[in-house]
Design a protein around this ligand. Sequence first.
Ligand code: DGT
Ligand code: CA
Ligand code: CA
Ligand code: ZN
Length: 580
Amino acid sequence: MSKNKEIAEIFERMADILEFLGDNPYRISTYRRVANILSELNVDVEDLVKSGKIHHIPGIGASSVEKILEYLRTGKISKYEELKGKVPEDLLELMNVPSIGPKTLKLAYERLGIRTKDDFIRAVRSGMLATLPGFGEKKLQNIMRGIELWEKSKERMTLIEAFEIGQEYLSYMKRLGDIIERIELAGSLRRRKETVGDIDMLVSAMHENWSKIHEHFVSFPDVKDVLLKGETKSSVVLKNARQVDLRTVEPHQWGAALQYFTGSKEHNIRVRDIAKMKGLKVSEYGVFRADTDQWIGGKSEEEVYALIGMQTPPPEIRENAGEIELALEGKLPKLLSLEDVKGDFHIHTNWSDGIGSLEQMVETAYHMGHRYVVIGDHSLSSKVAKGLDMERYKQQWKEIDRLRKRYEPLGFYILKGCEVDILPDGSLDLPDEFLAEFDFVVASIHTRFSQDNTYRILKAIENPYVNLIGHPTGKSYGTREGYPLDMDRVIQLAKETGTALELNTFRADLSPENVRKCMQKGVFIAIVTDAHAPAHLRYIELGVGLARRGWAMPELVLNTKDVEGIREFVYKKRKLLAAT
Ligand code: DGT
Ligand code: CA
Ligand code: CA
Ligand code: ZN
């Protein structure tokens, strides 16, 4: 975990504790603001300290800077240690649960004397909590569900978290230089599963270098405990409680090992059965003839699959969900790949709740190799997200126009867009005449997450100016399951109207099953990062992985179109719905 995140979490926690203690609201919001800024900063705080810039970050005052410096010096913030002493430990833990705010805990503590997690759960179940003001049945259910989801999310990390840890660990390992022949992250992370249990790292190297590699592996700075340190296998737990495993193999075993440790287990079991029927034995060490045990290959994954007589399925679809049969027949479809992606359809700037300026976001998107980006700042009713009114959108367009002059000659297009709120009755937060002025419109639900929202989404899809339904299922990993929704009806109407559905990388919204349904019905999906900072834009790679898990085909992914194609997509819907 980067220092930025560690410190941001402490500030967030201090704000929670102060709120629990009923402290001054101004101080509470200061801490929350510092936490937000830190977690979305594009540079390491440590670098900012070195360059002296730490004192000039807008929104971070002198006393907060003191605390940051103290943390970097000592690994602790004394104010935080002091505050922690004022709250029962269990209640501190419960503050992590998104559906339980510090205010709830304060009430439970003061009115009911609740000090432990068990007491709290009992108070929810027995209805005792319901005796407090403002605690209806719905809210209690939410709290209970929140606790369960939280317990579950502690066991597994989000794909984004695993990716970040994995990338940092990889670059640390690569410092060993040439003694590492090949290195890759395998397991569910390579398969781009929405959640990852532990991170599996695989290295091929000459045997004489293995012990040095394992020594280096367990010395990663974020390691808290070494569970196992051996010649072929090591396992560590990081400070954030996440586990990372390392396996080392000989260079000629690389492909077989990568195939094995990529999984899934169900895929591997089927593959081995098929190999067996063909008189072969497959293990993490290679492909062998069953009768003589003679090694016949395993240098690359392709070699392993070819020896068994099948195509190599992309890691993302190795779930024994039909890919093996098609690979045996040589009929695997061509899936979407990162190279096909030309743009991002839903990003935020500091005009609303983003942290990057319009220019920074555009510049980053351009340098990533995108050819266009849709600016999608929130509309007015998203108050916490500093939503824009029509006047502000118009001002933003002026800035976009200025930037266009610079980027269009480079072949990069900035599309004027918005993420307009779908209101409780399904109407939109902006009038049609105004929506008509945008190049591209994303419509999303940001309220009433516990009710069935099918009618709201259907109504939004019927609007001629809505091109994409943002995070359609309302799911957010680890914290929210999504509202009840009739996905078949949504997909049907999206098809009839020429509206796309969003695969939101940040929330892992739109499951592989839903992507597959869209593909079967011929409905477009759009992969978006929902970036709130320049650094988030690169998660598009993970979005592509999530889409591939749903067997996404390039023909039905909006991101593969060029700007003209996007304009045509928008125009077609307007024309179709205007005519009816
Ligand atoms: P996770 O960590 O729960 O998100 O899921 P994976 O898929 O990363 O599972 P993990 O870490 O337990 O093991 C990594 C890979 O090793 C797994 O995808 C396939 C392979 N593997 C593990 N255990 C078995 C097994 O019992 N049989 C077979 N055939 N393969 C296994
Ligand atoms: Ca794993
Ligand atoms: Ca593992
Ligand atoms: Zn958004």
